[in-house]
Design a protein around this ligand. Structure first.
Ligand code: UD1
Length: 417
């Protein structure tokens, strides 16, 4: 069983490099299916989720080759419209192949993604959007069977600015006949990266990054070369680890505007940091203050940093309230942190955090990706030996996290026995 063994209590010093954004590269790999020419993606992190999305593309008939952090994708002889059940059920984010496959083949069949550890996660807004573009949706033996001999531009209002639904609609609309307007669209930086990528292939998308996106459909998409934006969640995780452990850490390859809500909260908590051109330098010490956070859609505080921020707050001075507004069941790290001595109380969608002076080391279970990151943060601060189990969740979104953290002087090792 693979696990991480951490001897915590050490300050962190040095530089750490952030990779390309997982949540940007997954829809961009899917969007590569819009073109029959070769697409080259740079700064592609080596993650389990990226490998699953690549396998989905191959199963559909595309070709994917990785060399270091470069991915070459060619979907010339792409002849399938059904995505394999075992791959789709491994990764919910693979739902974003619906838009491009529908656009290219006129039909897509994909197993209905169920819930996951952090909530039931329906796909109704994805389907409603595709239906507005002229698709017909059938549910058959647990599969979504979506067909559209022709996609036609439409005005689509999203009841909620869902990231995945915005991406699916954007990719289908890019190849539809006529104009699509997506109102109340998601505004995350990963949506902007996807739109830029599609535009480089010949698409005509305007307004990505605002809540109204206009898409003029085109019939042909060329190949292109694109560099994926830095991962703001990986960057935020390292910044929080540096703040929690103390020391002096430079987190490189950061677009600080993408992290504005996190940096605002660090200001409030009196964490010392410096914004540099391409990075954030964090001067961690033990005297940071408790601050309340409420997760919101971008540009609000990101739900993906809620768990690591809560782990930071576990040792803050004072009492904080952490409210999760995006997912219904995203507090699984709370019980694990309590086992380390954190003083936490769940009240509905909020956790009341009473800061304690230190956490105790423990054997811990990572229940999902960001909960896993929170436990690493907590274990790094707890003097003594902690173990984290179920680390396959962590590998979905952090490339070689133990190697990167060892570069800062952390005592962390992956063992497999
Ligand atoms: C994406 C990110 C994930 C992040 C989330 C919110 C990827 C691969 N994943 O997930 O890391 O935490 O955005 O920033 O980019 N919902 C519905 N019906 C739908 C779609 C969504 O009810 O049709 C609900 C979900 O259950 C959830 C909320 O809306 O409660 C937000 O989901 P959404 O923005 O779609 O997140 P994802 O795209 O799944």
């Amino acid at each position: 069983m693979k696990r991480l063994v951490i001897n915590g209590g050490k300050k962190l010093f040095g530089e750490i490099e952030v990779g390309g954004a997982k949540n940007a590269v997954l829809p961009i790999i899917a969007a590569s299916l819009l073109s029959s020419e070769e697409v080259i993606l740079e700064d592609v992190p080596d993650l389990l989720d990226v490998s699953i999305m690549s396998q989905v593309v191959c199963a559909l008939g595309g070709e994917v080759a990785r060399q270091g952090h470069t991915l070459r994708i060619k979907a010339e002889n792409f002849d399938n419209f059904e995505a394999p059940f075992d791959l789709i059920t491994k990764m919910r984010a693979s739902i974003v192949i619906m838009g491009p496959v529908l656009a290219r083949k006129g039909r897509v069949r994909i197993s209905h993604p169920g819930g996951c550890a952090i909530g039931s996660r329906p796909v109704n807004w994805h389907l409603k959007g595709l239906e507005s573009l002229g698709a017909e949706v059938r549910i058959d033996h647990g599969y979504l069977d979506v067909s559209a001999p022709k996609l036609t531009g439409a005005r689509i209002y999203l009841d909620f600015p869902s990231v995945g639904a915005t991406e699916n609609i954007l990719m289908a609309a890019a190849a539809a006949e006529g104009m699509t307007i997506i109102e109340n669209a998601a505004q995350e930086p990963e949506i902007v990266d996807l739109a830029n990528f599609i535009n480089q292939m010949g698409g005509k998308i305007r307004g990505a990054g605002t809540n109204i996106i206009t898409v003029e459909g085109v019939q042909e998409f060329s190949g292109t070369r694109h560099t994926i934006i830095p991962d703001r969640i990986e960057a935020g995780t390292f910044i929080l680890m540096a703040a929690a452990c103390g020391g002096d850490v430079l987190v490189n390859n950061v677009i600080s505007t993408h992290l504005a809500p996190l940096l605002a909260k660090l200001d409030e908590a009196k964490v010392q940091y410096e914004e540099l051109e391409d990075g954030i330098r964090v001067f961690g010490n033990d005297s940071y203050l408790a601050v309340d956070i409420k997760t919101q859609v971008h540009p609000g505080f990101p739900t993906d940093l809620q768990a690591p921020f809560l782990a930071l707050l576990a040792r803050a001075k004072g009492t904080a309230i952490v409210t999760e507004n995006i997912f219904e069941n995203r507090f699984m790290h709370v019980d694990e942190l309590k086992r380390m001595g954190a003083d936490l109380k769940v009240e509905g969608r909020s956790v009341i955090v009473q800061g304690v002076p230190f956490l105790n080391p423990a054997t811990l279970m990572a229940t999902d990706l960001r909960a896993g990151a929170a436990l690493i943060l907590a274990a790094l601060t707890a003097p003594g030996r902690s173990e984290i189990w179920e680390i396959q969740h962590i590998d979905r979104g952090y490339e070689n996290i133990e190697t990167k953290l060892r570069g800062l002087g952390a005592d962390i090792e992956r063992v497999d026995e």
